[in-house]
Design a protein around this ligand. Structure first.
Ligand code: ARG
Length: 269
């Protein structure tokens, strides 16, 4: 299927932001919503998400990521796009629910963006981050890798899945959370999702959607994990606003053969 290309992601983001704030403002008096982070959900307890990482650029949190092994982490390609040859600009904080304190901070040795990543439509939005051997093990007992899905594993409709991150509280209140938050969303039928997002280019087979009432991932959660039954099924990728009842959140589908085989090729995982 031919997908309409967006001229520039930045331009698109700008337009969405304007459209979004206009719509939210209009609705604000009618249905005011409580402020909290990740867009509702709840705060994580220490050790609840031992695979969760904060990806930092020049010490500032920019995205989430997940631990795959002692020296590999996974994030979204859009988090590192344009900087894949500068691993030293980035670090990973592990073993802390606090965004900016605790745990340990590890440098990157290399960044591997998926070769098919397309910034125009966000297809194949995945990147692998390599650290020194054994670096993603500290503090001992506080961190752990998360399992990857099998090649081609299907995702059932309406499957509950947990997404976590330090991202924004809402589209209108762009503030990162200082404590890790999580929420449960339900996977959306692929055809329905494609239809819901048809005015925004739809979704590809390397994406899936998840949504729930009044809760969602948001800006700053990108690159972070969405898991089901202990398996990392996806990565926070994009959305139209956050927790908008008309637009589900979009995730990178890690079981997609082009993605899963690429991960195996690089990491042997
Ligand atoms: N692209 C965003 C980021 O960079 C993630 C957006 C997720 N949005 C959503 N509504 N689920 O952090």
């Amino acid at each position: 299927m031919h997908k309409p290309r967006v001229p520039s992601l930045l331009l698109l983001a700008g337009i969405l932001l304007i459209l979004d704030s206009a719509r939210v403002d209009a609705a604000a008096t009618a249905q005011r919503q409580p402020d909290s982070r990740i867009v509702n959900g709840r705060e994580a307890t220490e050790g609840e998400f031992p695979y969760q990482l904060s990806l930092r650029r020049q010490t500032v949190h920019i995205c989430g990521a997940s631990i795959l092994s002692g020296n590999w982490a996974i994030t979204a390609a859009h988090c590192i796009d344009g900087h894949e040859n500068q691993p030293r600009e980035f670090t990973l904080r592990q073993g802390s629910v606090q965004r900016s304190t605790g745990g340990t901070v590890q440098p990157l040795k290399s960044i591997h963006k998926h070769p098919a990543y397309d910034r125009a439509d966000m297809n194949f939005d995945v990147a692998l981050l390599r650290t020194a051997d054994g670096a993603l093990n500290y503090p001992l007992g506080k961190v752990a890798p998360i399992r990857l899905p099998a090649v081609g594993a299907a995702i059932a409709d309406s499957l509950p899945a947990v997404v976590s991150g330090w991202g924004h509280m809402s589209t209108t209140n762009p503030v990162l959370s200082s404590v890790l938050k999580s929420t449960t969303v339900l996977t959306v039928n692929q055809q329905k999702c494609h239809n819901d997002l048809r005015n925004h280019g739809g979704v590809t087979e390397a994406m899936f959607c998840a949504a729930a009432r009044n809760t969602d991932a948001c800006q700053g959660d990108s690159g972070g994990p969405i898991s089901s039954q202990g398996t990392l099924i996806g990565i926070v990728s994009w959305g139209v606003g956050c927790a908008d009842p008309y637009y589900p959140g979009v995730y990178t589908r890690l079981a997609h053969p082009t993605i899963r085989r690429w991960i195996r090729l690089l990491t042997k995982l």
